[in-house]
Design a protein around this ligand. Structure first.
Ligand code: DGY
Length: 336
């Protein structure tokens, strides 16, 4: 959709969005949108971004130095996601391009989903459903799909940001779990008390938790936070849930651990190389697989989209984004 005015800043919406996102942006900008949700090649994305001052992006749209070099008019990329590993923040800052993400609005919804995925893995929900749908349920049996306890067990959370804290509160207050966590930096005492969470080393967490949940942002430093060595530390009865990002877990090593019953089960919403999924994960029964939907309720997705819109309007019209990621760096450089 392209309006005829050439006076106003131009904005590209890189993926299909709620129609009122286009309507709100069109009040201020000439908007080109991708409502047919075409998977543009990097070259097509560059071509469409040329002459645009703003981009509405999602986590699958990579913004890097090569792209920025060819899009000199770009001033802001507003991610409709809290995660922003699709942004090369150094390159964006060097090019004087503001990056923004969409934090907070998805915290509780994503924590709900993390908890649901953990429970589904522990209680073997999808594995038993497949059995039922396949017509294999012939009679009751004392140990049929017996899983792991949630209530009263130990929950280990790696990555204790807002979503991790939401999961901790659900576990401690709703299910009487003992909560241990590991994070780059320890939380203050008030937050620890609020979450009823105890700080431990990563090794202690892996050795003691009955259910390990990963909510750590992706970076080179967090790549393969969980691989064969970490899986070997876990209890054979434990579960592993990843709602963070693909690449935090070594998916091949996890599939092998699930196949060999070195851990009991896993719940995965994110994958290395998604939307492709490691074939070995597809063939093991003791894993619950979902297609990156942890924040997917209509209310939350709308709030995320509207926050990205607020960032575009805030920066391009009023000079100040709501949730910027590199504003300080642009100010320091004098490129804000
Ligand atoms: C996020 O916001 O980072 C979620 O993964 C949704 O994409």
């Amino acid at each position: 959709m392209t309006s005829t005015s050439t006076q106003r800043p131009r904005v590209l919406i890189t993926r299909a969005v709620f129609p009122d996102v286009i309507a709100r942006l069109s009040e201020h900008f000439d908007v080109e949108s991708n409502q047919s949700d075409v998977n543009w090649t990097p070259a097509e994305l560059v071509q469409r971004l040329q002459g645009k001052a703003g981009a509405f992006t999602t986590g699958s749209i990579a913004i890097n130095a090569a792209l920025l070099a060819q899009c000199p008019d770009l001033k802001i990329c507003a991610n409709m996601a809290v995660g922003y590993n699709n942004f090369d923040l150094d390159a964006m800052s060097a090019a004087g391009v503001l990056a923004s993400n969409a934090p907070d609005v998805l915290t509780e919804t994503t924590a709900d989903f993390g908890f649901a995925l953990m429970m589904a893995a522990a209680r073997r929900v999808t594995e038993s459903e497949h059995f039922l749908r396949a017509g294999q349920w012939k009679s009751w049996r004392y140990d049929m799909f017996a899983g792991a306890e949630i209530h009263g067990s130990t929950l280990g959370i790696i990555g204790m940001g807002r979503i991790g804290q939401g999961i901790a509160r659900r576990g401690a207050l709703g299910f009487g779990m003992q909560v241990v966590y590991h994070n780059r930096s320890r939380l203050d005492a008030t937050t620890e008390a609020d979450c009823k969470a105890r700080y431990v080393s990563k090794e202690e967490l892996l050795q003691t938790a009955d259910h390990v949940v990963l909510v750590v942002p992706y970076s080179a430093a967090s790549h393969h936070t969980i691989g064969a060595a970490e899986l070997a530390l876990m209890k054979t009865t434990a579960t592993l849930t990843n709602i963070a990002r693909g690449g935090i877990v070594d998916d091949a090593a996890l599939a092998a651990a699930l196949r060999d019953k070195r851990i009991a089960a896993a719940g995965l919403d994110v994958f290395e190389g998604e939307p492709n999924v490691h074939p070995d994960l597809l063939s093991v029964p003791n894993v619950v697989l979902t297609p990156h939907i942890a924040s997917a309720t209509m209310g939350t997705r709308r709030a995320m989209a509207m926050l990205a819109v607020d960032n575009l309007i805030g920066y391009l019209v009023h000079g100040k984004a709501v949730t910027p990621l590199n504003a300080d760096r642009l100010v320091q450089q004098g490129t804000a």
